[in-house]
Design a protein around this ligand. Structure first.
Ligand SMILES: [Ca+2]
Ligand SMILES: [Ca+2]
Ligand SMILES: [Ca+2]
Length: 265
């Protein structure tokens, strides 16, 4: 989850005197191939960084993927910053990270799922896990639908099944549900195994919350009578929560389940 906080340094887009001048954004699903190298700017802990911009809309959910290219030894890391901050950075100020990710993609690659809270030009830092890393990468912004992620609502239940062709992270398969919470809302998420098909063992359910924004409190998942349950509390602000419904053992242990999202006190 949120591992560390970076403060981006000054980034000059155009002459200070050029009024109204700002960065131009990249498009959804466009391929942005780049290299982190010694000529790049550095974050304060010494990681090289390339900055990109995306014109986002209020409530939009985006998936940011940074994948190392063939032959690259980079351990990709991605940071999403507050929108419309470039004017402050031109004046020597600092921009604030909203969310960041190291390894949510496959094979150590970075994948961040975020909800954009306001209209604006968002700044994104493509960087590395450790200081001084160099190498090639491809950066893309996509919609959750492009990955088959489902949108969940409070008070609803969903029948699903963890299967071998589900979304893969390492050796684990997941069904991904995206839930938007308003500030102060608290929910209990329960994943209950359903009766297994004839001749198949019942799923050993596993529940995880990932890629949450700052200010969201998540209790550890606990098993109660075969069902996994956990509580999420959006303490400080509206928040996007990524609910991952998966399997506890190997993927040989797959099967159907029911996921319920209930309002908690
Ligand atoms: Ca670069
Ligand atoms: Ca990484
Ligand atoms: Ca599934």
């Amino acid at each position: 989850m949120i591992g560390r906080i970076h403060l981006a340094s000054l980034f000059v887009f155009c002459a200070i005197s050029a009024a109204g001048c700002g960065p131009s954004g990249i498009q959804l699903d466009s391929s942005n191939v780049g290299v982190l190298d010694v000529a790049d700017e550095k974050l304060k802990d010494g990681e090289y960084v390339d900055y990109y911009f995306y014109e986002g809309k209020t409530g939009e959910i985006v998936v940011l993927d940074v994948v190392r290219t063939d032959g690259s030894k980079l351990d990709p890391y991605v940071i999403l910053f507050t929108p419309n901050a470039y004017a402050e950075t031109e004046a020597g100020g600092l921009v604030t990270p909203i969310a960041e990710d190291d390894d949510s993609g496959a094979d150590g690659n970075a994948r961040l799922i975020a909800r954009l809270a306001e209209d604006g030009m968002y700044q994104i830092g493509v960087t590395s896990k450790a200081a001084g890393e160099t190498g090639g990468y491809e950066f893309k912004i996509r919609t959750p639908e492009q990955y088959g992620f489902k949108t969940a609502k409070i008070g609803e239940s969903y029948e699903g099944s963890v299967e071998k062709d589900d979304y893969k992270i390492g050796e684990d398969r997941w069904d991904i549900y995206l839930l938007t919470l308003k500030k102060g809302e608290k929910v209990t998420v329960t994943m209950e195994p359903s009766a297994a098909p004839e001749g198949q063992e019942q799923l050993d359910a596993f529940l995880q919350i990932d890629s949450v924004e700052l200010g969201v409190d998540v209790a550890d998942s606990e098993e109660i009578g075969g069902a996994e349950t956990l509580t999420i509390h959006a303490e400080e602000s509206d928040a996007l929560v990524q609910i991952k419904a998966g399997h506890a053992g190997t993927i040989e242990n797959h099967g159907p389940y029911k996921l319920t999202i209930a309002k908690a006190e």
